[in-house]
Ligand binder design. Sequence first.
Ligand code: PEP
Length: 259
Amino acid sequence: ASGRTPLMAGNWKMNLDHLQATHLVQKLDWTLRDGKHDFGAVEVAVLPPFTDIRSVQTLIDGDRLDLRFGAQDLSPHDAGAYTGDISGAFLAKLGCTYVTVGHSERREYHHEGDDVVNAKVQAAFKHGLTPIFCCGEGLEVRQAGTHVEHVLAQVEAGLAGVTAEQARTVVVAYEPIWAIGTGEVATPDDAQEVCAAIRTKLAELYSGDVADGIRILYGGSVKSGNVAAIMAQEDVDGALVGGASIDPGEFAAICRFRD
Ligand code: PEP
């Protein structure tokens, strides 16, 4: 919507080994180029598991593909005694553009609260990565009708300390938890309601000008059949796609939502 380049980001979650990853990126690139996809008009990114990133980087850089890539998480720390963690410095060295932060699966299974999510957002900026900051309400909150306040509180806490200059580049992903991996997509009006409220909050936190430039994605069971209606909403600037992103034909069709 209004001057913002849409972003379609594929969150592969914990799927695909490095050979499958290479195959998927090749197929995605062929399918998009076959359809004369304008990568400048709709940006496309893949977010593989850590162990696939080097293979994806080699392919994308080696063949000069117009795809971006990133990671699904990062440590809030730069280096040190944090067994099993991966720092933003490592991801930057691998050429990552993006990193998702605060995905609901991290918040739930790894007990990441707003403070940890905020530290990860800061770490991403420190290492020159663009955070895709995820927020969204669970079913109980939605049923109680307090979803807008809930999400805005997550946005305020998650972006605490982020400067206006940094905020200009952040990507926000609104992902209602009840729609993730369930096949139950939010209605376009539901998505617009919360994405518009997020933009208003960003304008309060920064300025109207900064808020106007920030891309706000919707995530939750996006597929080729429902993406166009969601993308028609004024404040929805792309999609964070889980399940459908590991099917290259389906993900390419999502990226070509304007066709
Ligand atoms: C996600 O993991 O961010 C997501 C939106 O998943 P799905 O598209 O499978 O609902």
